[in-house]
Ligand binder design. Structure first.
Ligand code: ADP
Ligand code: MG
Length: 482
């Protein structure tokens, strides 16, 4: 599925990449209060409450669902989630944090020491911890003020940190795809970067393999997989130029300029001591017991790797099993379609989904979820081809309407599109085609079997494309003595 990590470049330098990924947890309420989390696209500052606003006298209550989801995600990343976990205050003064601190986890994160496999390589997960999200500051162009929206403040976040073990921008993208698929499969997070539910900071350095790691640069707040990949490509090239010219990389925190497609320095890095971490006195430590862990394990849905095995076992091509298992909406759709037509051929259904349906959606920049196609309709369309009611060609012609929500069985009935398997009609059309194409017939008789193909088209045409192709071939072969 993935290419192995690329060899060091001609300069002898190898990139080293570590990620910090933030995911919004899929809870109904915020992490420490009862304010709703459903704020996307809503009026600024309407999804707040006294705690979200950091008003004096308010006390946090930990959202139990957020803890369960974090345990589940930690288990999926192969982490140790057992024992004590605790919240610390991370102090900083900035308008997006009305409490003047973030409630985060410091030396007792909920999940530790895990790993995942990406294209056959093991990538270490250092930790994953719970914290609250900040509000959002907006800086209107040329305005002498900034705007603050606190709807996002207090959203439950999980932050996961990887070991510096990724090597290429492509491998990093593959890792993120796996993390998104994992979070979505588990229902831990919608993990949609466009809605800010999945955000990523990337750390990157270059070094000569076998020597100590180089100085890293951190690129903050990337909100698409594409910008992760592009900014890494840019930054690796920049650092490679500096180091191979004998210079040193300065340890900066950078931003990514989407318009200019380049990184820029935001600030030099602050030290951990600046945050004055201390245990939050309002939130008691939690003890995650074996019983608790067993309860969460028992609720764990299928993970992407298990999905992949299931598809391979059901006869799907490896390449398709890889892509479907990494795309949660697609795999849910495929599974639902198979359930409505259990006799269908999985590979054939997947071919339709991955090629025809995906192509139609791609051309319109639509997502599968947003389209009017239902799993039952796709299953019905493929079923009509499988049982010979319509030809594959006819089914492809019907697809645009089915994509718009039409029921394929109804279309076929209304328009009388059933394949003609009336052998007498097909025999008549074949005889007519033989008479009209004596040259092709002579070639076949002289041993050029491929010339028979030239006779196939005219027969289908005479039948308005509605003849069963298998029957046409059989009759042609009979008449030609093949
Ligand atoms: P910091 O002290 O800056 O927080 P950490 O050691 O905690 O650094 O690591 C933060 C992130 O940076 C992790 O994802 C880690 O894998 C990555 N990282 C650490 N050192 C390097 C390096 N030399 N090159 C690239 N990434 C690195
Ligand atoms: Mg750190």
């Amino acid at each position: 599925m993935s290419q192995p990590a690329s060899p060091p470049s001609s300069t002898g330098l190898q990139a080293v990449i570590g990620l910090e990924v933030h995911l919004h947890l899929n809870t109904r309420t915020k992490i420490f209060s009862a304010a709703s989390t459903d704020y996307f696209g809503q009026e600024p500052n309407t999804f707040t409450d006294p705690l979200t606003l950091g008003l004096p006298g308010t006390l946090p209550t930990l959202n139990a669902r957020a803890v369960d989801l974090a345990i589940m995600f930690g288990l999926a990343l192969g982490c140790d989630v057992s024992g004590f976990t605790q919240f610390h205050r991370k102090n900083y003064f900035y308008p997006d944090a009305p409490k003047n601190y973030q409630l985060s986890q410091y030396d007792r994160p909920i999940a530790r020491n895990g790993s995942v496999m990406v294209g056959g390589e093991r990538i270490g997960i250092t930790r994953a911890h719970l914290e609250d999200d900040a509000g959002k500051l907006m800086h209107p162009l040329y305005a002498p003020y900034s705007l603050l929206d606190l709807n996002r403040a207090g959203m439950p976040l999980i932050e996961m940190v990887t070991e510096p073990e990724l090597r290429t921008p492509e491998q990093t993208r593959e890792f993120l795809t796996l993390i998104r698929a994992t979070a979505q499969s588990l229902g831990v997070s919608e993990a949609n970067p466009e809605e800010g539910q999945m955000r990523c900071d990337v750390n990157v350095s270059v070094h000569v393999p076998g020597t100590p790691l180089g100085t890293k640069v951190e690129i903050k707040n990337l909100n698409s997989f594409r910008s992760v990949q592009r900014s890494l490509e840019y930054e690796i090239a920049r650092q490679t130029r500096i180091v191979s010219a004998g210079g040193t990389v300065s340890q900066d925190t950078m931003g990514w300029d989407e318009g200019g497609q380049r990184t820029f320095v935001m600030r030099t890095k602050e030290g951990e001591a600046d945050y004055r971490y201390f245990p939050d006195p309002d939130l008691p430590p939690l003890d995650i017991t074996p019983v608790w862990i067993a309860r969460i394990r028992a609720q764990m849905p299928e993970l992407p790797a298990q999905k992949r095995e299931r598809y391979l076992g059901a006869g799907l091509r490896e390449q398709d099993a890889d892509s479907v298992s990494m795309d949660v909406p697609l795999s849910r759709f495929l599974d639902a379609a198979m359930q409505t037509g259990p006799a269908l051929d999985l590979q054939r259904l997947a071919n339709w989904l991955l090629t025809d349906v995906t192509g139609w959606l791609g051309a319109r920049e639509l997502s599968l979820d947003a389209s009017a196609l239902t799993p039952a309709h796709l299953a019905a369309l493929v079923g009509l081809v499988e049982d010979g009611t319509v030809s594959g060609k006819m089914a492809k012609e019907l697809l645009p309407e089915v994509m718009e929500g039409a029921d394929p069985a109804e279309l076929v009935r209304e328009r009388g599109l059933m394949v003609v398997t009336d052998v007498a009609a097909i025999e008549a059309a074949v005889d007519a085609a033989l008479l009209a194409n004596p040259a092709a017939v002579a070639q076949v008789r002289a041993g050029n079997l491929k010339a028979a193909n030239a006779l196939f088209g005219p027969v289908m045409k005479a039948m308005n494309g509605q003849a069963g192709p298998d029957v046409v071939r059989r009759v042609l072969n009979e008449r030609l003595g093949l």
